[in-house]
Every structure is written in C-alpha cells, then in structure tokens.
Design a protein around this ligand. Structure first.
Ligand code: 8Y4
Length: 260
C-alpha cells in the first residue's frame, strides 16, 4: 500500500504532494514501483496535528481520487474517519476505507455497512492531539487484541461483513517505543482473527527512538520493520517507499511460505 498524503502539513514529505497534479505524479510513480493499493489521506494524524473540517478534507482528497481513477486502475483506499468523506471518496472511485479511528466516529459504522467496501480497523489509544504525551498500557498486546475484537463485533452487528475487514495494531498511535516493539514481537497473535493484517511502520518515530535518525533517513529501518511484519504474517504493508519495501517483503514472504 503506497502512501499518498494530500495534506499541507505532513512531516514526512513537507506537503510535496499537496496539489492534485503532483499527487497524480506520485501515484503513477508508486504504481510503477509495484503498489497494489494507493492510500489517499487528507487529514494529518501526526501527533499534535489540528483537526480539519469535512469541506477541507473533501477538497483535498476528492479531486485527487478522481484524477487517479481516470487513468490508473490500481485500487484506492481512503484514509479518513469521516462518513461523508468515505461516501464521496467511494463515489469518486475509492474501493477501500482506511480508518485510524476504526469506525468509532458518529455514523461511520452505518456508512461502512452501506458502502460495502473493505475496511481497515486500526487501534489507537487516545486522539492524535494527545496520544503521544504518555501512552500507558497494562498489557499492550492484550489491549490491542481486545479492542480489535470489540470493533470487529461492532462492525458485524452493524452489517459490515466480516470478510470485508482488515485489522491493524496502529504502530505509533498512542504507543511508546516498547509498546511498538512488543506489538511487533507478538504481531502473529493477531493472525488468530483470521483477517488480513495491515501494518504501517514507514518512517515512523519508533525508528528514531531506536536509532536517532531524522525522518528522511529512516528507509533502512522502515524496510527492516516491514520485513519483520511480513515474516510475522502481515499481508498489507503501508509504505512511502514502494520499490524498496516491496523487494524486502517479497523475499521475506517467500522465505516464510516456502515448502518442500
Ligand atoms: C513519518 C511519516 C513519520 C509518517 C510518521 C508518519 C497508519 C495509517 C497512518 C498505520 C493505517 C504516519 C493513515 C501516520 N499510519 N493507517 N495511517 N496504519 N492503517 N506517520 O499505521 O504515517 S498516518
């Protein structure tokens, strides 16, 4: 899954892709590199980022989805928590919802049930504004598992089919370094849900907490974490660097699944 940020304040790319034309160029590039999904997001969820209005988010993502859809047939996921944005994005050609708030916003469950597209349910402790201040867990792996279990049950009760769900422990979302490390160590325990597992570790601060590197020097660490995630059974990796990550996870996957 290639990341396409359409936010003016994204700290990974300095807003480089915040024009529909530039976004399209980057989408083309990621597809050429082998991306199977393009994840389009207009709301920055970086720690401390301000929330934005529905209209602002729509004006960022809809033109981009339309332009990509007009010339590229790679599936597009919409990274949003807002039901109105989910609806407009799917009308414009998106075919998956990636919700870091796991359909907990008002009306989101009902919208996802209506749209009948795959949905990624991600775990986050707290809200982006404050989640990294002092994340605390009794047992991070157990708490992430039980949250995902609850959200899966809520989805099914609301009419979202189990077959359309993808789960994600939400690396960096209200987690300290050791929480992220424990989640990666025990990632395979999430396979018990028998749902596809999505992992996003690309350029994240857990790498700088281990190696003290700026965001533009975290490629090798990102690749290593992605490879571990696939070794543990992840089936979708969300990444800024598609070609490099794909090479790593392909060999990781082939070693994991080899048989005699
Ligand atoms: C540099 C660049 C440092 C980006 C940090 C970041 C996930 C996600 C994000 C994830 C799913 C991010 C939208 C945070 N992370 N969706 N979204 N899983 N499903 N930070 O891990 O990339 S945004």
């Amino acid at each position: 899954m290639g990341i396409l940020n359409v936010t003016p304040d994204s700290f990974s790319d300095g807003g480089d892709f915040f024009s529909p034309e530039k976004a399209l160029l980057h989408a083309r590039h990621m597809v050429k590199e082998g991306a199977a999904i393009i994840d389009v997001g207009g709301e920055s969820t970086r720690p401390g980022a301000a929330t934005i209005s529905v209209d602002e988010e729509l004006s960022r993502v809809i033109p981009v989805i339309e332009m990509i859809r007009a010339e590229i047939d790679t599936p597009i996921s919409i990274d949003t928590s807002k039901p109105v944005v989910m609806h407009a994005a799917v009308q414009a050609g998106a075919s998956m919802i990636n919700d870091v708030r796991a359909l907990q916003e008002e009306g989101a469950l009902e919208m996802a049930a209506d749209l009948q597209v795959p949905v990624c349910l991600m775990h986050m402790q707290g809200a982006p504004q404050s989640m990294q201040l002092a994340p605390v867990y009794d047992d991070v792996v157990l708490q992430v598992k039980s949250f995902l279990q609850q959200r899966i049950e809520c989805c099914i009760a609301a009419g979202v089919s189990r077959e359309s769900l993808v789960i994600d422990p939400g690396f960096g979302f209200g987690k300290g370094l050791v929480h992220n490390q424990l989640l990666l160590q025990h990632l395979n325990e999430l396979l018990k849900f028998e749902l596809p597992l999505l992992v996003g570790v690309s350029r994240k601060s857990m790498i700088s907490h281990m190696l003290d590197l700026p965001v533009d020097e975290r490629l090798y660490g990102s690749i290593s974490l992605a490879s571990i995630a696939v070794w543990q059974g992840a089936s979708i990796i969300r990444s800024h660097d598609v070609a490099a990550t794909l090479q790593a996870i392909r060999v990781s996957y082939m070693c994991r699944t080899a048989e005699n």
